[in-house]
Design a protein around this ligand. Structure first.
Ligand code: HAM
Length: 423
């Protein structure tokens, strides 16, 4: 136990962290281009926020939250998603009085007690954006086009964009009655959670993962066929605008999303190359959520993008993320005098922005050079008493094996120039 991470969590080790830096940087770049600013929200919130925000009858709230009482007796939950926390912050910090729309992005760890498998973890990471204050279909399209561009920039080609509209509370009430009529004769065969959802939130049944329930839902009525005129007009506009921008999509009437706050447009980007957990990104509009959480009526839309699934997708397509540059130089040392000299030299080189490693293990010269090789250092110098005395060192190109006698004072310049291709 002591030396094993809890099920569903994993360390991100130094040899893969460059991939995370790469996608994080690309995400930040695109967010800034689209006018989003980063928000950092707490890892935990009051449990009630998720009960109210995500919904009492969702799998997340009913089965998957990490909830505990703190020492003050408050019920606390590790965030199972980002939207509710960002909405809480929007209200708490009076963002309604900021220039609208308010555009926020985040890069967070998320916690859900789920069955673990490839692409499904208990601690995972999401990029997300939340856009507040814009009710127009052009907001939906801007958010979707941002994802479209992001995936393109990463070289990801094979994600399908699936779109649906799940209407507003008005159309949903009428739909729920239809759905209940359809499910009434099947009620006995549904799982206990769905039996409970039948009265409280029948639409949730559509999203049940139990095989027994899924088979009862094959011919279930689709919400898209029952949405009201306003919602329908909104959806038509979204589709029209996407087509005009050349963004290819399919309509998937089965998308209801696993969270209760959605209204109107919902969408997913789905992969067929990373296994059963193929939804790389999901999002949609949530025009009632801010009010439900205690704010003024404010429209909202956003998405969450699983970073682990994004990296799985890139890997499955053979997209190579550039490795970080190797160290510029390794400084080997022999003897106390050289040791002291090399410490000042290393600081000088590092101050100039050069990536420099030096021996701090008191190893033999042979072992130091072996280590320099392992580091993939581009150059190496070895300093002993005579080098310090004369100021002359051999600069060894570790790639070609070539050595060149230089004066130590020119080392920094040469290393800087070597980055531009000249030694
Ligand atoms: P979600 O669909 O629950 O939506 O999660 C978004 C993404 O997180 C998924 O598409 C998937 O890539 C990733 N994900 C979900 N669960 C796991 C897991 N157990 N392991 C690994 N990755 C996972 C939300 O969270 C909403 N807050 C998105 C949103 C923002 N809608 C509007 N604004």
């Amino acid at each position: 136990m002591l030396t094993k991470a809890p099920k569903g969590t994993r360390d991100i080790l130094p040899d893969e962290i460059y991939k995370w830096y790469f996608v994080e940087e690309k995400f930040r770049q695109i967010c800034h281009q689209f006018g989003y600013h980063e928000i950092r929200i707490p890892v935990f919130e009051h449990t009630e926020l998720f009960q109210r925000g995500v919904g009492e009858t969702t799998d997340i709230v009913q089965k998957e939250m990490y909830t505990f009482d703190d020492k003050g007796g408050r019920s606390i939950t590790l965030r199972p998603e980002g939207t509710a926390g960002v909405v809480r912050s929007y209200i708490e910090n009076g963002m309604a009085s900021w220039p609208q729309p308010v555009k926020l992005f985040y890069d967070i760890a998320v916690y859900r007690y789920e069955n673990v498998q490839k692409g499904r973890y208990r601690e995972f990471h999401q990029f997300g954006v939340e856009l507040f204050g814009a009710a127009d279909p052009s907001a939906d399209v801007e958010v979707i086009s941002m994802l479209h561009l992001f995936f393109n920039r990463l070289g990801i080609k094979s994600l399908a964009l699936n779109l649906n509209s799940i209407g507003c509370p008005t159309c949903r009430a009428a739909y729920n009655e239809r759905l209940k009529a359809y499910l009434r004769p099947k009620l006995e065969r549904l799982c206990s959670t769905c039996k409970d959802r039948y009265e409280r939130n029948p639409m949730r049944i559509i999203d049940c993962k139990e095989e027994s329930c899924r088979s009862e839902l094959v011919d279930a009525p689709a919400l898209l066929d029952y949405i009201c005129e306003d919602c329908s007009r909104h959806f038509e506009k979204v589709k029209e605008k996407l087509s005009a921008m050349g963004i290819v999509y399919s309509i998937d009437k089965g998308i209801v999303r696993g969270l209760d706050y959605y209204t109107r447009t919902v969408f997913e980007f789905v992969s067929d190359t990373i296994g059963s957990q193929g939804t790389v990104c999901g999002g949609g509009r949530y025009d009632g959520l801010i009010e439900a959480c205690g704010g003024k009526p404010t429209p909202g839309i956003g998405f969450g993008l699983g970073i682990e699934r994004l990296l799985l997708q890139m890997d499955s397509q053979g997209i190579v993320i550039p490795q970080p540059d190797p160290p510029d130089v390794f400084i080997g040392v022999i003897g106390d005098r050289a040791e002291q000299f090399s410490e000042s030299l290393a600081l000088k080189l590092r101050t100039a922005g050069i990536t420099c490693h030096k021996d701090i293990m008191g190893r033999s010269v042979k072992a130091q050079m072996k280590y320099a090789n392992k580091l993939n250092a581009r150059f190496a110098v070895i300093l002993g008493d005579s080098e310090v005395e004369s100021g002359k060192v051999e600069l060894k190109n570790m790639v070609t094996g070539e050595g060149r006698d230089i004066h130590i004072d020119t080392l920094m310049d040469r290393l800087l120039k070597s980055r531009q291709g000249a030694v």
